[in-house]
Design a protein around this ligand. Structure first.
Ligand SMILES: Nc1ncnc2c1ncn2[C@@H]1O[C@H](COP(=O)(O)OP(=O)(O)OP(=O)(O)O)[C@@H](O)[C@H]1O
Length: 248
C-alpha cells in the first residue's frame, strides 16, 4: 500500500545543504495502524509532508496504492491528496461556522461528490464513532476529544486509502486522547482503514500495531506490538531510552 524507498530530503540554509531524511525505507500494509516517533528535529513532520505530497523530495521513491508520487505535477498531487488520503491535524482544523455534520461533509464537497451516498455515510459514521449526539452542534460547543473524533470521521468520508495524522492528540488530555486512539482502532477494525500517525507520546503510540522510531533522519528501529498495549508501552519507553543514549 505505502512504500517508501531510499527517501532523501534536504533543506538549504544559505548555500549549505542539510540532509533531514537520509535513505528512509518503510512499508505500511492495508489496515495497519502505525506511528512514527523520534526526537524533535528527527524528521517526522518532513516524512509525513513528503507522503502527503505537500513538499517535494530529491531522491528515492514513494508509492501510494500503486501510484509513484515523484514526478507528478501539482494537479495530479492535489488529486492524490483528495482521493487517496485523509488528514487529521493537531488543531482539528474544523470550520467554526459549520456544524459537526457539515464539517464532516466538506471533503465530499471539495471532491465534487456531495451526494446522498455521502450523507448516508456521514450519518453511519457519526453513529459508529459515538458522536451522533453532537451532529448539529458547532465546533465551539463540543469538547476537544469530540472535535478530534469529528476530524477522524471527516478524514474517512471519501474512503481514503490512508489517514495521515500529525500529532492528533497534541492538544488533548490523556482521557480525550485515548478516545481518539480508539476512534483510529475503530476505523481500522470496522473499515480496514490504514492509519499513519506522527506522535511524541509513547502512551498514544502504544495503541498502534507498529511504531517506527526515527533518529537523525534515519530509521533507528521498528517495533511491533506482539502482546497487550501496556507491555508494548513498556517496550517503547525502554527503546526510546536506549535511542537517547540513557541506557546501552
Ligand atoms: N522548511 C524548512 N526549511 C529548513 N529547514 C527545515 C524546514 N522544515 C524543517 N526543517 C528542519 O528539518 C529538521 C527536521 O524537521 P522536522 O520538522 O521534520 O522534525 P520533527 O521530527 O517533526 O520535529 P518536531 O518533533 O520538533 O516537530 C529540523 O532540523 C528542522 O529545523
Amino acid at each position: 500500500m505505502l512504500y517508501v524507498k531510499n527517501l532523501y530530503k534536504s533543506y538549504l540554509s544559505g548555500s549549505k545543504e542539510y540532509p533531514v531524511l537520509k535513505k528512509i525505507n518503510l512499508h505500511i500494509g492495508v489496515g495497519e495502524f502505525v506511528a512514527v516517533m523520534g526526537p524533535s528535529g528527527s524528521g517526522k513532520s518532513t516524512l509525513l509532508n513528503c507522503i502527503s505530497c505537500y513538499i517535494p523530495f530529491e531522491k528515492g521513491e514513494i508509492r501510494l496504492g500503486g501510484t509513484a508520487l515523484a514526478n507528478l505535477d501539482e494537479t495530479a498531487l492535489a488529486k492524490v491528496r483528495n482521493e487517496k488520503l485523509g488528514f487529521v491535524f493537531q488543531d482539528f482544523m474544523l470550520l467554526d461556522g459549520l456544524t459537526i455534520r457539515e464539517n464532516i461533509l466538506v471533503p465530499r464537497i471539495i471532491r465534487g461528490n456531495a451526494d446522498h451516498e455521502g450523507e448516508e455515510l456521514a450519518d453511519h459514521l457519526l453513529t459508529l464513532f459515538g458522536i451522533d449526539h453532537i451532529r448539529s452542534k458547532y465546533p465551539a460547543e463540543v469538547s476537544g476529544g469530540e472535535r478530534q473524533r469529528a476530524a477522524v470521521v471527516r478524514s474517512l468520508i471519501n474512503r481514503p486509502l490512508m489517514i495521515l495524522a500529525d500529532e492528533p492528540t497534541g492538544n488533548l488530555d490523556s482521557k480525550s486522547g485515548r478516545t481518539v486512539m480508539e476512534a483510529f482502532e475503530n476505523a481500522r477494525n470496522q473499515m480496514n482503514t490504514t492509519v499513519f500517525m506522527v506522535t511524541h507520546d509513547s502512551f498514544f503510540a502504544s495503541f498502534c500495531d507498529r511504531v517506527i522510531l526515527l533518529k537523525d533522519g534515519m530509521v533507528f528501529r521498528e517495533l511491533e506490538k506482539n502482546g497487550n498495549r501496556s507491555s508494548f508501552h513498556e517496550l517503547l519507553l525502554t527503546t526510546i531510552k536506549e535511542m537517547s543514549g540513557d541506557i546501552q
